[in-house]
Design a binder for this molecule. Structure first.
Ligand code: ATP
Length: 253
């Protein structure tokens, strides 16, 4: 069975059980994971990336338990963007993006023309070429976020998992990211945790989480999924249709 599957994941962090028996076949295309603070979105994403080991259950990548893939195999197949982008010392933005090629190249291989082309494309897609030679710690939050996104894109992996990729981004760059995910999702599986529900509603699929459980999985335009979203967020949220699209409006009654 190809793809990424979470099977009956239960995760304990400290004294709390933060995922309860979660099963999810990650759909192909672009999936947005949504839900209130503390719902377990990042925890699920980290399990899918192999960064967190559940107390019980397992993640399967192309039919094989993730734990039975070597770390390098996992890094080649699953690209990851963390919620809190780390500072990467004195490296320039371009060097940080080049690090994205490491899983495919190994430590000692020289990057070839294809690697350079992938890095260039990743920087163009993330719109961070303008500060390619500047060091990461000299950049603004949004600029740094776009470099770290480019590094994840440069892995050129079939699975791209992103925790809050729109953090620090202004509205035009949020929209650009939605378009990018829609384009990438034709060829790879993209999974993003998103708080902005209007952006999440542009994904192919939504996973709605609450209190460590998956409450709904389905197409982002599906009425049932919207009903679960409404339940999870209560009166603070209104979902409206504008033309072909849905938007989510924080609602002050
Ligand atoms: N290291 C930890 N030790 C104990 N509890 C933790 C730890 N990390 C996270 N948690 C708890 O696990 C639960 C799920 O956290 P998680 O980060 O997955 O939620 P989330 O849905 O991504 O939240 P947010 O929207 O606020 O980012 C939360 O209640 C959180 O307090």
């Amino acid at each position: 069975m190809s793809g990424l599957h979470a099977e009956r994941l239960t995760v304990q962090l400290g004294k709390a059980t933060v995922l309860h028996d979660v099963t999810l076949a990650v759909p192909s295309g672009w999936t947005a994971i949504v839900g209130p603070n503390g719902a377990g979105k990042s925890t699920l994403l980290r399990c899918l990336a192999g960064l967190l080991t559940p107390r019980s259950g397992e993640v399967r990548l192309d039919g094989r338990p993730l734990a039975r893939h070597t770390p390098r195999e996992r890094a080649q197949r699953i690209a990851w963007l963390a919620q809190q982008g780390e500072a990467t010392g004195e490296l320039s933005s371009r060097e940080v993006v080049q690090l994205g090629r490491l899983p495919q190249l190994g430590l000692f291989a020289e990057p070839g023309p294809r690697d350079h082309a992938i890095v260039q494309q990743a920087m163009a897609d993330a719109e961070c070429e303008a500060w390619a030679e500047r060091r990461l710690h000299e950049l603004s939050g949004g600029e740094r976020q776009r470099v770290l996104l480019a590094r994840a894109l440069a892995v050129d992996a079939p699975f791209l998992l992103l925790d809050e990729p729109t953090t620090h981004l202004d509205p035009p760059h949020q929209v650009a990211l939605v378009r990018l995910f829609q384009r990438l999702a034709r060829e790879r599986t993209v999974v993003s945790v998103l708080h902005d529900l209007s952006l999440a509603l542009q994904a192919d699929h939504l996973v709605v989480m609450q209190a460590g459980r998956v409450r709904a999985v389905g197409p982002a335009g599906d009425d049932e999924v919207h009903a679960r979203l409404q339940e999870v967020f209560g009166h603070a949220l209104r979902i409206e249709r504008i033309g072909e699209r849905f938007v989510a409006i924080p609602y002050l009654d």
